[in-house]
Design a protein around this ligand. Structure first.
Ligand SMILES: NC(=O)c1ccc[n+]([C@@H]2O[C@H](COP(=O)([O-])OP(=O)(O)OC[C@H]3O[C@@H](n4cnc5c(N)ncnc54)[C@H](OP(=O)(O)O)[C@@H]3O)[C@@H](O)[C@H]2O)c1
Length: 291
């Protein structure tokens, strides 16, 4: 990678960010298309967010990815939001358009494209999503437009209900959305005739990889099981779903597809998804191998 006075800079801001795969994925994409861009990471504390965003303008940084805890907090400092970011109240990508900062969210489209990449079309499907945090919010808004019904189950019921109400308010009657507390009883009933199960909780994530949000008895071989957790790459949920013949989609695919959508916003060039996937997989496999 040759850095010159003309090299454009994209960056991730969040806290913590040290273990992010985004620099690996994005720099592999820039390199493979010979684009004069570089992607770096800044650990930005909540109290420094405003100054960091002003710095983006002052330094002419061309694009940002935004992660926890800034996805909502950054909104007042941006000049414009695209429609999806406005609807979901969440931003994970910023384009610096000649000094105007425009916020986008690519989590929803990343999840949608990860499903499509695996040959799964969510249109007209019954979808059960676990979790009502930031990731579930973006994905639920996107999938509610495609699904025949979306059921949101969350440990803290009030958050699931608030998300359901927000989706209904934005999308109106065409959104068939329900909210329930996350319990064995509700899982048993809701998964009996669901087409797609999505885990958007952090259950099963390292170092708690022995945990699963759904007991295996509630899974079925004709269910598609999509886990947003990508470390470990094969979560207990995915392993148990696969062992009974269910189709599985892992969180790395979503990570790469949401990164690909960010790449396209910054560069206007089609993202080399396969290159990005290969780069991410290499790092995850090295980490899982303990190297
Ligand atoms: N693959 C990707 O590209 C991608 C992108 C974004 C996020 N993710 C992953 O998605 C997961 C959620 O991220 P987020 O940003 O939405 O986090 P978040 O806003 O902190 O939300 C966490 C969610 O997990 C639930 N939860 C946590 N511990 C739980 C437990 N022990 N039992 C049941 N539910 C539990 C929370 O329920 P309460 O509301 O009850 O606390 C909440 O719904 C993380 O593992 C993250 O790494 C992946």
């Amino acid at each position: 990678m040759k850095i010159s006075g003309r090299t454009k800079v994209c960056a991730l801001i969040g806290d913590p960010v040290e273990h992010s795969l985004s620099p690996i994925i994005q720099n592999a994409a820039f390199r493979s298309l010979d684009l004069d861009y570089v992607y770096v990471v800044f650990n930005v504390k909540s109290g420094d967010l405003r100054e960091a965003v002003y710095g983006v303008k002052a330094l002419g940084i061309c694009g940002l990815n935004v992660t926890m805890p800034h996805k909502t907090a950054i909104i007042p400092y941006l000049d414009e939001l695209d429609e999806t970011a406005r609807k979901t109240g969440s931003v994970n990508t910023v384009l610096n358009n000649n000094g105007r900062l425009i916020g986008y969210t690519t989590d929803g489209v990343g999840a949608l494209n990860a499903l499509k990449h695996a040959g799964v079309d969510p249109s007209g499907k019954r979808i059960v999503i676990l979790g009502a945090g930031g990731a579930s919010r973006s994905i639920s808004f996107t999938l509610a437009e495609h699904a025949s019904e979306l059921v949101i189950l969350n440990r803290t019921f009030s958050k699931a209900k608030a998300l359901k109400d927000a989706i209904r308010k934005t999308l109106g009657e065409r959104a068939k959305v329900r909210a329930l507390p996350l319990s064995d009883e509700n899982l048993s009933v809701e998964l009996a005739d669901a087409d797609i199960l999505i885990n958007a909780t952090s259950v099963g994530m390292k170092p708690n990889e022995n945990e699963t949000p759904v007991k295996q008895i509630y899974l079925r071989g004709d269910l598609v099981v999509f886990d947003l957790v990508y470390e470990p790459l094969e979560t207990r949920l995915l392993r148990e779903a696969k062992s009974i013949g269910a189709k599985v989609v892992d969180g790395l695919s979503m990570l790469v597809h949401q990164g690909a959508a960010s790449f396209e916003i910054w560069t206007g060039v089609k993202a080399p998804v396969n290159v990005m996937m290969k780069a991410a997989l290499e790092v995850i496999q090295r980490r899982e191998g303990g190297v």
